[in-house]
Design a protein around this ligand. Structure first.
Ligand SMILES: [Zn+2]
Length: 441
C-alpha cells in the first residue's frame, strides 16, 4: 500500500477563505493561503513572512483587510507597534495566537475588530483611533490594555468578552462609548477614564471589581441593568449629565463606593453629581450595600446624600415660583427635613437649633422686658427689667417645658412663652427620633 500522499495544493489555486485572492499555500490542508492558515506558526521564518507582509499592508493608504487572518507569534516582536494605519483596518474574525500589540499606533480611518480573537495579551496603549472603532463581539482571552488610548470617534465594544484584566485607565472616549452587554470576567479598570460622549454599560457584567475611580462622565452614563458582582468603585468619579442605574445589580457583601457631595467639594472642589438629583439611585445602592455589610455609619451618610438628591430633584420640579403652592411646601420641607433634622441622620442639629431657639427667645424677653419674678405685685411687674441671666433661665425652663414658676411671662408675653414651649416640645421629640434612628435601629 502506498503511503497517502501529503495533501498539498496545486499551484495556481486561490485561498479557500471567502473573498481572499491570495494563492493557496502548499502546506495548508484546507486550501487556505499562508495568512489564513493556522499552520503558519510552524516555524519562525513562516511567521516572520506573515508579519512582514501584514506590516506592509497596514500602512497602505487604500486600507487593509486582515479579516479571518491567523496571526502567529511575531518572532521579531515588532507586531503593529507605532504604525500609522492610513486607510481603514479590518481585523474581523482574525485570530491573534500570541501577543497582539498596537501600542502608539494611529488608526486614521475606521477600524473593525469585530469577533476578533485575542488569545493572549492585547495591547492598544496610547493608540489613537481617529474614527469609529468596532470591537463588537471581540474576545480578549488575556489581559487587554487600552491605557491612555484615545478614541476620537465612537468606540463599540458590544458583547465583547474580557477574560483577563481589562485596563481602560486614563483612556479618552470622545464619541459614544458602547460597552453594552460586555462581559468582564476579571478586574475592569476605568480609573481616570474620560467619557465625553454617552457611556453605555447597560447589560454589561462585571464578574469582579469594577473601578471607575476619578472617571469623568461628561455625557450620560448609562448603567441600567449592569451587573456588578464585585466591588463597584466610583470614588472621585464625576457625573456631569445623567447617571442612570435603573435595575443595576450589586452583589451582597460587596462595596459600592461613591463620594459624598460635601466630601468631594472639600477634597476636589467638584462634586460627584453635577446634576444633584442624578445621585439618587447610586447613593441608594451605596446605602443598601453598606447596610448589608453592617457598615451603618456609611449607610447613614449615603442615606443623607440620597435624600438630598431626591430633594434637589423636587426643588427643580418646584422651580422658583413663589405664587405656586408647591414652592412653599418645598421650602417648608427643605427647612424642616433637611436643615433642622438632616433626614434623621443628623440629630445633633436639632440640639444645636434648640440652643439657638433658647437664646433667641431669651433675647426677646430681655429686649422687651417680657418676664418678671412671680412674687412681685402688679406695679412692680410693670417696671421690672429682667437681667439677661434670668431671661436665659426662663427661656430654657420654658423650652424644655419644665416650668418652675419662679419667673413668669408678663401679660402680653404669655403667647410667646406658649409658642416657645410648643416648639421646644416638638424639637425634643425630633431629637429623640433622630437618635433612635441613628443609633438604635
Ligand atoms: Zn487567504
Amino acid at each position: 500500500m502506498p503511503a497517502p500522499a501529503k495533501k498539498t495544493q496545486p499551484p495556481g489555486t486561490t485561498c479557500a477563505y471567502e473573498g481572499c485572492s491570495e494563492s493557496a499555500w502548499s502546506e495548508s490542508p484546507d486550501g487556505l493561503c499562508l495568512y489564513h492558515a493556522p499552520q503558519n506558526e510552524k516555524d519562525h521564518d513562516t511567521a516572520r513572512e506573515v508579519w512582514q507582509y501584514a506590516r506592509r499592508k497596514a500602512v497602505s493608504s487604500d486600507g487593509c483587510s486582515f479579516a479571518g487572518w491567523h496571526f502567529p507569534r511575531d518572532p521579531d516582536g515588532k507586531r503593529f507597534d507605532g504604525l500609522v494605519f492610513a486607510g481603514s483596518a479590518v481585523f474581523s474574525k482574525a485570530t491573534f495566537q500570541s501577543i497582539a500589540s498596537f501600542s502608539e499606533s494611529t488608526f486614521q480611518s475606521i477600524v473593525d475588530f469585530s469577533d476578533t480573537v485575542f488569545k493572549y495579551i492585547a495591547n492598544f496603549s496610547k493608540a489613537t483611533f481617529k474614527l469609529n472603532a468596532g470591537f463588537i463581539g471581540a474576545s480578549f482571552r488575556g489581559k487587554v490594555m487600552f491605557f491612555e488610548t484615545l478614541f476620537q470617534g465612537d468606540a463599540m465594544f458590544h458583547m465583547a468578552t474580557f477574560k483577563g484584566v481589562a485596563e481602560f485607565s486614563k483612556s479618552t472616549f470622545r464619541g459614544y462609548a458602547a460597552l453594552c452587554r460586555a462581559n468582564f470576567q476579571h478586574y475592569a479598570w476605568f480609573s481616570e477614564t474620560n467619557f465625553h460622549g454617552e457611556a453605555e454599560f447597560s447589560g454589561a457584567i462585571f464578574q469582579n471589581n469594577a473601578r471607575f475611580a476619578r472617571a469623568q462622565f461628561h455625557g450620560d452614563a448609562e448603567f441600567s441593568g449592569t451587573n456588578f458582582q464585585g466591588d463597584a468603585v466610583f470614588s472621585g468619579a464625576s457625573f456631569r449629565a445623567d447617571a442612570r442605574f435603573i435595575d443595576a445589580f450589586f452583589r451582597d457583601g460587596r462595596a459600592v463606593l461613591v463620594d459624598l457631595p460635601s466630601w468631594a467639594l472639600l477634597q476636589r472642589g467638584g462634586r460627584p453629581f453635577y446634576r444633584r438629583e442624578q445621585g439618587e439611585l447610586l447613593y441608594r445602592m451605596a446605602k443598601e450595600a453598606s447596610r448589608r455589610r453592617g457598615d451603618y455609619r456609611h449607610a447613614g451618610q449615603f442615606h443623607y446624600a440620597e435624600q438630598c438628591a431626591i430633594e434637589s430633584g423636587r426643588r427643580k420640579a418646584c422651580g422658583p415660583k413663589p405664587w405656586k403652592g408647591r414652592f412653599w411646601s418645598c421650602l417648608l420641607e427643605l427647612g424642616f427635613a433637611r436643615i433642622l433634622f438632616g433626614y434623621g441622620e443628623k440629630p445633633h442639629r436639632v440640639l444645636l437649633i434648640g440652643v439657638l431657639f433658647i437664646m433667641f427667645w431669651a433675647g426677646l424677653y430681655f429686649f422687651f422686658a417680657g418676664i418678671a419674678p412671680s412674687n412681685l405685685n402688679d406695679q412692680q411687674v410693670l417696671q421690672y427689667k429682667p437681667p439677661i441671666a434670668e431671661c436665659l433661665h426662663f427661656s430654657a425652663v420654658t423650652f424644655t417645658t419644665l416650668g418652675y414658676g419662679d419667673l413668669i411671662p408678663k401679660l402680653g408675653f404669655r403667647f410667646w412663652a406658649d409658642m416657645e414651649a410648643f416648639s421646644g416640645a416638638a424639637l425634643m421629640a425630633l431629637f429623640v427620633v433622630g437618635l433612635t434612628r441613628k443609633y438604635v435601629l
